[in-house]
Design a protein around this ligand. Structure first.
Ligand code: URA
Length: 206
């Protein structure tokens, strides 16, 4: 399938595969984030996975290593997934709204998200995940185009393109800042959400 990308960059990109999307991203200069990046952080995991996790953007460690979610937040994400027997490398495809690190880990700007949108669209188009988890409000706003607080939408399934279902969850960095595991705390809510994601994955197999 040929995906006509909407990005108005020096040349209109015509992308026909994930590999091509990754190669195009690796030399992308469509926004200012290219000026400060060390790496273009495209994905980690399995391009055939039924579950996609979308975060905000690479942090310092991700920029150094070239893989998403490998810093402290990523280690927590791995643990959360592992609690319900989801293996990051085998069972998920992990990526971000923007592929280059915003300096100082600031929230990516709207223009930067739009400049990178074609790559995310290609990832969704070619991976064809059945379930998409949006980690944090930047991913929620960017993918679902809604501005509801994450605390109101987390744990809910939203219908998405091609029959996929999307669930917002708290960002692991937020969980790192909120230690409590009391009933109703962010960590407790995350535990409910990951169990629901596990149930939904199991239901796909039946
Ligand atoms: N936070 C994100 O949203 N993505 C990463 O890859 C790392 C931290």
């Amino acid at each position: 399938m040929t995906l006509k990308l909407s990005l108005e960059t020096p040349a209109p990109y015509l992308i026909t595969s994930l590999e091509e999307a990754s190669a195009t991203a690796s030399v992308c200069r469509a926004c200012r984030l290219c000026e400060t990046r060390q790496s273009v952080v495209f994905f980690d995991g399995n391009p055939c996975a039924k579950l996609m996790v979308i975060g905000e953007g690479p942090g310092q460690r991700e920029d150094e290593i070239g893989l998403p979610f490998v810093g402290r937040a990523g280690q927590l994400l791995d643990k959360i997934l592992a609690c319900v027997n989801i293996d990051r490398k085998k069972d998920t495809y992990i990526c971000n709204m923007v592929k280059c690190r915003p300096p100082g880990n600031r929230v990516p700007g709207k223009d930067e998200i739009e400049a990178c949108r074609s790559f995310l669209e290609a990832q969704i188009e070619f991976v064809k995940p059945k379930l998409i988890v949006l980690a944090g409000s930047t991913a929620v706003q960017g993918v679902l185009q809604i501005r509801d607080p994450i605390s109101r939408v987390r744990g809910k399934w939203f219908d998405f393109k091609n029959g996929a279902k999307v669930m917002p969850v708290f960002h692991p960095s937020f969980l790192l800042r909120n230690e409590s595991r009391e009933v109703g705390s962010p960590k407790w809510l995350m535990w409910q959400d990951i169990k629901e994601i596990r149930r939904a994955l199991d239901a796909l197999d039946n």
